[in-house]
Design a protein around this ligand. Structure first.
Ligand code: PEP
Ligand code: MN
Length: 360
């Protein structure tokens, strides 16, 4: 049997949509039918078991949800996927004809649970597996999960990675913070796997789905998993982030899926020229940083002789203030400037520390 994940890369953008949870037969069928009618969806999704952070919230309808989904599949001709968190879930999902299963962020974080799901999928082909990023921004948990499925013999072509944002203490604009650099590093290390974005769980609010989806498209993701509900305001889970199936086409139309390569004449040459400029600048930036750290070593030596602390609070505060003021005229966000400055300061302290506390 062919696998849908195998098709993700060649069907960019691959769109998975469906309710956060399958709540009732009527809600599941109405949502899936309306999604199929848009003609824009490659696969349906719904949660039958919902690992919720807080007790006393809707934890899914369980096995019976699979009956509704099986019916939706027969009626619409679209395959469906469900979230699984243990071996029993996998067994039931396969029994009810799910062609895709995924492990959620709360499962990816848990090696025993991941191993149990991987064992249950052993030797099974023709079923796609999505691995959501773990709740915390720890790339090795994500890679560890991937490794467990590969070791269980799941073919790489059946596996896709999903970015759904990370749970941080300070979320800022989004419900779960996207950390694109972590995802891009994950893809750099594991280039053979399809990469999807789940803008619903990142955004947490339907108004922000477009901008998150656009970012994913610009970073060469292969598709999106978007939650939709026939009546979002009445949804038993994640109601603020779900959209109606009839709003889905408009959302999808608002996202530009630019091609990774340009075919206009001269594009390649211009791009090569600009990239070589960037490479040269990056080399300069790092050789300047290296010189800067050489000076930090000398300062560390002087502080050691005189017997004063590494951190000189006033000097550090003055540097921070100076660059805070400079950031607008540099055309750089204050947040970026502060992040770079922090990293430089940290490295500088490390250098001084090794000079001062070197016991030779
Ligand atoms: C979901 O997709 O419904 C879900 C619970 O996702 P996550 O694991 O990303 O929170
Ligand atoms: Mn959800």
């Amino acid at each position: 049997m062919s696998s849908k994940v195998k098709d993700i890369k060649s069907n960019r953008p691959f769109i998975i949509s469906g309710p956060c949870s399958a709540e009732s037969r009527e809600q599941t069928l109405a949502t899936c039918r309306a999604l199929a009618d848009t003609g824009r969806v490659n696969m349906l999704r719904a949660g039958a078991w919902k690992p919720r952070t807080m007790p006393d919230t809707f934890e899914g309808a369980g096995r019976i949800a699979l009956e509704w989904l099986r019916e939706a599949r027969l009626e619409t001709g679209l395959d469906y996927g469900v979230e699984v968190a243990n071996g029993r879930h996998v067994e039931l999902a396969l029994q009810y004809g799910a062609r895709m299963v995924w492990i959620g962020a709360r499962t990816t974080i848990s090696p025993f649970a991941v191993q149990e799901v991987a064992d249950a999928l052993k030797g099974i082909d023709g079923v796609s597996l999505l691995i959501k990023n773990p709740l915390v921004p720890d790339i090795s948990l994500w890679e560890g999960a991937l490794q467990r499925f590969i070791s269980a013999g799941i073919p790489a072509r059946n596996i896709a990675l999903v970015h759904r944002g990370f749970a941080l203490f300070n979320h800022g604009r989004y419900r779960n913070s996207p950390m694109w650099h972590i995802v891009l590093e994950m893809r750099r290390r594991n280039p053979h796997f399809a990469l999807l974005c789940d803008p619903s769980h990142i955004a947490g609010r339907r108004e922000l789905l477009g901008e998150v989806s656009q970012r994913a498209a610009d970073l060469l993701f292969d598709g999106l998993m978007i939650e939709s509900h026939i009546c979002p305001d009445e949804a038993l889970s994640d109601s603020m982030q779900q959209i109606t199936p009839s709003d889905l086409p408009q959302l999808l139309d608002s996202v530009h899926w630019r091609s990774p390569t340009g075919n206009d004449a001269g594009f390649g040459d211009r791009m090569d020229k600009l990239r070589s400029e960037i490479d040269a600048i990056d080399e300069n930036v790092f050789s300047l940083l290296s010189r800067r750290m050489g000076i930090a070593d000398e300062i560390g030596g002087m502080k050691r002789e005189v017997g004063i602390t590494i951190l000189q609070q006033e000097r550090w505060s003055a540097i921070v203030e100076r660059f805070r003021r400079l950031s607008p005229s540099l055309g750089l966000s204050e947040e970026f400037v502060m992040r770079i400055l922090d990293a430089i300061h940290e490295e500088s302290i490390e250098h001084q520390n090794s000079v001062m506390n070197d016991n030779r």
